[in-house]
Design a protein around this ligand. Structure first.
Ligand code: NAP
Ligand code: F7E
Length: 343
């Protein structure tokens, strides 16, 4: 049985990746942060009582700011594959907390790479790199596009990207960068713009709210569907040789267009409900991201199938259903594309 270690297992991507790997028969070890309230809502449905014999998901306390703990976890778990998904991942927040973001998103990745090296464990390493590294460089962006980050988050991801390449070159580690463009889902954090919009649509439709306040509607993003991207991460670690890959849909729309799709899907007129608040603007913005995923398609056989307007529908439906049934409908939707249990 193959063993995987996932940092950031409680996040959007970590939860889909854990599902995927469990479905593939892996033993999955996730690193979680100690918090004063439960922070495992996205993976609770995967968790079994550890006293049960068939439990293949194991959770360990740890933090990317604690290097000694990372070495200890590497030695204890002895994984075949390491997926580094943990990060302070919010771009706007990174302007408020640049040092914390640098420490976790940037230096944290170096700590984990060093833990891999020092432990002597033979494993493959995946780094969650980001299209935010391209920043001001105009689209389309691919693996050879120069970086020009526009936020402390983007700067930290560039550091982690080069740390990963350096460990590949210096120590022969099978270390890859997945340069992922925006990917969303019903499990997306509520303060990222897509989920903020689809959640607002559901609440407005239900009569619970009247308005939603947003910032820059002109920004353009290449939005894809998160479960499909988890599959791409796994494929990168199954390749014959380590390399870096862009995952994207190849299409892009503006925040305004995403919003129009989401409101229209619920039969609402967005102009009656959307208001501007400058608090959501960034000191420096990334105007347009649109990826060229042809290398991933050619070499990994990976291709996104869900475009941004279909994504808006999936997310609105899930948020409407969650309000109606007070549940988390995204947990049991094998009919949706990319659901690991359906493969
Ligand atoms: P997310 O939902 O924000 O999840 C981030 C995860 O990191 C959470 O599990 C969080 O734990 C954990 N974490 C934060 N700080 C940590 C620390 N100091 N030590 C240990 N764990 C820590 O992010 P996501 O959307 O799943 O993205 C996964 C990764 O891909 C991130 O590295 C992100 O930067 C990157 N990425 C995302 C996208 C995208 O569009 N989603 C695109 C490109 C790259 P808590 O649950 O306790 O907060
Ligand atoms: O913003 C604009 C905002 O916060 C998208 C992270 O996963 O993807 C994500 O970063 C756009 C920006 O995502 C609001 O100015 C307008 O132009 O959803 P977002 P992001 O900044 O693109 C990359 C690839 C990552 O790696 C990151 O980890 O939407 N926008 N009004 C707004 N954004 C937010 N959050 N809230 C608003 O009210």
């Amino acid at each position: 049985m193959r063993r995987a270690l996932i940092t950031g297992v409680t996040g959007q991507d970590g939860s889909y990746l854990a599902e995927l790997l469990l479905a593939k028969g892996y033993e999955v070890h996730g690193v979680i942060r100690r918090a004063s309230t439960f922070n495992t809502a996205r993976i609770d449905h995967l968790y079994r009582d550890p006293h049960e014999d068939d439990s293949r998901l194991h959770l360990h306390y740890g933090d990317l700011t604690d290097g000694v703990r990372l070495v200890q976890l590497m030695r204890q778990i002895d994984p075949d594959e390491v997926y580094n998904l943990a990060a302070q991942s919010h771009v706007r927040v990174s302007f408020d907390e640049p040092e914390h973001t640098g420490n976790t998103t940037g230096l944290g990745s170096m700590r984990l790479l060093e833990a891999v090296r020092m432990s002597g464990v033979e494993c493959r390493y995946y780094q969650a790199s980001s299209s935010e590294m391209f920043g001001a460089t105009p689209p389309p962006q691919d693996e050879s596009t120069p970086f020009h980050p526009r936020s402390p988050y983007g700067v930290a991801k560039v550091y982690a990207y080069w740390a990963t390449r350096n460990y590949r070159e210096a120590y022969g580690l099978f270390a890859v960068n997945g340069i992922l463009f925006n990917h969303e889902s019903p499990r997306r954090g509520e303060t990222f713009v897509t989920r903020k919009i689809t959640r607002a649509v559901a609440r407005i439709k239900a009569g619970l709210d009247e308005h939603v306040y947003l910032g820059n509607l002109d920004a353009v993003r290449d939005w894809g569907y998160a479960p499909e991207y988890a599959e791409g991460m796994w494929r990168m670690l199954q390749a014959d040789a380590p390399d870096d890959y862009v995952l994207a849909t190849g299409g892009a729309i503006s925040v305004r267009e995403f919003m129009e799709s989401a409101f229209a899907h619920a039969g609402l007129d967005w102009e009656a409900h959307v208001r501007f608040d400058e608090r959501y603007l960034r000191p420096s913005e990334v105007d347009a991201l649109r990826g060229d995923p042809s290398k991933a398609e050619r070499e990994l056989g990976w291709k996104a199938t869900v475009d941004a307007s279909r994504l808006a529908e999936i997310m609105v439906d899930a948020d409407v259903e969650a309000l109606t049934h007070e549940g988390r409908p995204w947990i049991d939707r094998p009919d949706l594309p990319g659901w690991p249990g359906a493969r």
